[in-house]
Design a protein around this ligand. Structure first.
Ligand code: ADQ
Length: 494
């Protein structure tokens, strides 16, 4: 881990890693529950190891917050291993900033699903307001020596607000989701302020070369001759009107050793056995996702149906276990997606169930860690088929937890994880229903030696490039000394 002994890390994301809920049972009136999702899974172990502070929204809107919200959070300090500082938000801001601009504009657009975007003008005003609120809290808590690491698409404009408040500390931004190509990004009515917001950071981190290059292409399209590019220390240096921004590619990892240790416990081993016994001799194919339209769950169910139709010999020999954790349930589109998935599961099961065999088991809830690990261990095949994904941690978690080295990973070529794991996974185009169905059949019939060879290589990669490797690379790039342009401009190199 980078030497941060003299620098405190302030981690900032839209949500804190816990969500507060009102409860009549608890003496404080509030209960803290861990929040699910890739960002929290990745950063909790890092901040715990480094210490520091996490700033974010508590999940309680200002109208319902009471003075003890901050107290409840501060009481969690010892349990979490770092300080939790809340940012307040009104119900209207939550609706327009979080549900609106972040999740109805940026989220679909940056996943190339522009037809799902709702470009309501009032959303962007709220986005700017909330970014200003975050900046005000950070400015209060930070000193000049701190390293401020801001995460994801909700907070793109926070750096500009911080600079206008006179904050001089180093500002790192990491985009967990993909960055789109210019022909998609240019549709954004607020493309200039969003681009300018990103360029106000000292370091911009992307999951893949694909995302970094898309960002560069958008910057070049919108800023033309006013930007110059250099390369230095694996980074691209962008200079606009005398200001420099470093761009790096940092694929996020998981706490692989933690997953391996957890998967090896007696509790997980017992549960794995129970899960396997429950399906008899059948192979388990596993899907684990936040319930989100970008994860391609509907297309995956269709592909599974297609496998059973085109490969009838696999009927009664395979079961799809699809686990979906409800997400963004305040957005109507997500509620409709849940209904469509439930309808499709019912339809496929109704069509294909035979005495003693139900093709799809569907669980719609968040699983405790032990159960999640047992599902990963028990599954012969993991079906990770997002339509597009910044990374996809489930792919990595499955490999880390699959201790017997015999599982097969089927992975969307549009997941960021494909850049690291694509060679040893079976890669698929998630829109190609026949292609995914063929990959399922191939995985189920794959010889043992091939399974083991592939999974051994996958596990080595996940272990080597884990979440600590990722954080270390980001923090190193964020603490490099000032760069003075000595390298030839990239476009002159070729
Ligand atoms: P997400 O889209 O939220 O995050 P993803 O990478 O798919 O993240 O990870 C989901 C996380 O939720 C995993 O850690 C998984 O274990 C957990 N999870 C999912 N379903 C669960 C269930 N039913 N029960 C318990 N846990 C469950 C964003 C980007 C991703 C990127 C991450 C990290 O969209 O592309 O990988 O950030 O950068």
């Amino acid at each position: 881990m980078s030497d941060l002994s003299t620098r405190r890390l302030i981690n900032v994301s839209n949500r804190l890693p816990v969500m507060l809920r009102r409860t009549p049972d608890d003496a404080t009136g509030w209960r803290a529950e861990p929040t699910a999702g890739g960002l929290v899974s990745a950063l909790t172990p890092v901040l715990r190891a480094l210490g520091g502070e996490w700033i974010g929204w508590s999940g309680i809107v200002e109208e319902h917050a009471t003075a003890d919200v901050a107290q409840v959070l501060s009481a969690l300090r010892d349990e979490m291993g770092f300080t939790l500082t809340p940012v307040a938000m009104t119900a209207d801001q939550r609706d327009k900033f979080y549900l609106g601009f972040s999740n109805e504009v940026i989220w679909p657009l940056f996943h190339d699903l522009q037809s799902r975007a709702n470009f309501a003008p009032s959303y962007f005003t709220a986005y700017e307001e909330v970014n200003r609120r975050f900046a005000a809290v950070i400015a209060q808590r930070a000193s000049a020596d701190d390293l401020i690491w801001i995460h994801d698409y909700h907070l793109i404009n926070t750096a500009q607000e911080l600079r206008s408040l006179g904050v001089t500390a180093s500002l790192i931004f990491f985009l967990h989701i993909p960055f789109p190509q210019p022909d998609i990004f240019l549709k954004l009515p607020w493309r200039e302020p969003i681009l300018a917001g990103m360029l106000a950071y000292d370091l911009l981190g992307f999951q893949t070369v694909r995302d970094r290059d898309n960002f560069l292409a958008c910057a070049q399209t919108l800023l033309g001759d006013t930007i110059t590019l250099d390369s230095w220390e694996d980074l691209v240096i962008v200079t606009v009107q005398g200001c420099q921004v470093r761009l790096g590619v940092f694929p996020i990892g998981i706490d692989a050793a933690g997953f391996e240790r957890g998967a090896a416990t007696r509790a997980v081993t017992d549960l794995t056995r129970q899960l396997r016994t429950a399906v008899g001799g059948q192979q388990i194919i596993l899907g684990v996702d936040r319930l989100d339209y970008t994860k391609g769950i509907e297309q995956r169910l269709e592909a599974f149906r297609n496998t059973l139709q085109r490969y009838p010999e696999l009927r009664r020999r395979i079961t799809l276990v699809q686990i979906a954790v409800p997400s963004r349930t305040d957005i109507p589109e997500y509620r409709m997606l849940k209904q469509r998935i439930e309808g499709l599961v019912g339809e496929i099961n109704g069509e294909l169930t035979h005495l003693g065999w139900v093709p799809i088991q569907y669980l719609c809830r968040s699983l405790p860690f032990t159960e999640l690990l047992a599902h990963y261990r028990a599954a012969d095949v993991a079906l990770v088929t997002p339509l597009k994904d910044g990374m996809n941690l489930v792919a990595k978690e499955y490999c880390a937890a699959h201790l017997d080295h015999q599982g097969v990973l089927i992975l969307s070529e549009f997941a960021g994880a494909a850049a690291q794991l694509g060679t040893h996974a079976l890669t698929v185009n998630p829109y190609d229903i026949d292609g995914v169905a063929d990959a399922i059949a191939q995985a189920c019939q794959m010889p043992l030696i091939e399974r083991v060879t592939r999974m051994t290589a996958l596990r080595a990669s996940v272990r080597r490039e884990d979440v600590f490797w990722w954080a270390d690379r980001v923090l190193r790039a964020g603490t490099l000394p000032a760069y003075h342009s000595v390298a030839p401009a990239l476009d002159q190199e070729a």
